[in-house]
Design a protein around this ligand. Sequence first.
Ligand code: AMP
Length: 278
Amino acid sequence: MIVVETIGEMQSYIKEQKQNGFKVGFVPTMGFLHEGHVSLMHRANQECDIVVTSIFVNPTQFGPNEDFERYPRDFEWDERIAKDNGSDVLFYPSSTQMYPNEAGTKLTVTKRTNRLCGEKRPGHFDGVVTVLTKLFHIIQPDRAYFGQKDAQQVAVVDDLINSYFFPIELVVCPTIREEDGLAKSSRNVNLNDDERQIAPKLYEALNEAREKAQKGETVFEIRQALSDTLDRLERGETDYVEILSYPELEPIKTFDQKTIIALAYRFESARLIDNIII
Ligand code: AMP
């Protein structure tokens, strides 16, 4: 595996691979890699000739009072995990490489962002599509791999790819969980011991909601019960609980279409998100 830190070097590497007719798979990440990221690398490795994993904690997708500074980072760890799990290239650009000057053209997401994290984190998805547009242009992947854990991100990227004719196949991979059900996340290291004990209850609550949907309870009842369950947890507080159509993310009254049940929950030093699709 090679580590590439400059855009110029990345572009010439990709040009060469494309001339050889190789299919490029791309796994964009913010690092502090775990089995969720690894599952994307493995899938990319199965389906593509070359796997490029990027590590970039993108400042433009963090709000002023969010955890940009506190976001965990460990490049040596990431390098080893990427190398051992089928990445051919680790793209590790600096902020000045990615944002050399104030761009005169801005990207704004106007669909699928007025709810969930889009509502709670204003500007977050503008930052996500801005960095992904840059990365897609640099890496020119044939396929890009994303986790269902960030379901709204998947919905937004799906729209970005379609609206701007990126010749990229979006591959969505299932959420990888700890044995107790907690969705793997780089932010889990910021949970204290008590919070870590409680955190799996988020996924339990989502599963209870799924069972209620299967038994025929209404969207309204299930959302209310889920919200009540989270309110009873002994630490933290609910950021949102929503039941929406997927990937459109519109309110629904009945479960007669693909539906997401999603939540965000704030512990002291980590805000966690999780969802299930039914
Ligand atoms: P991040 O480093 O958190 O920006 O995540 C990079 C990619 O890994 C995104 O596509 C995430 O959806 C995906 N990802 C993060 N956690 C998981 C997980 N537990 N299971 C599957 N994919 C994940």
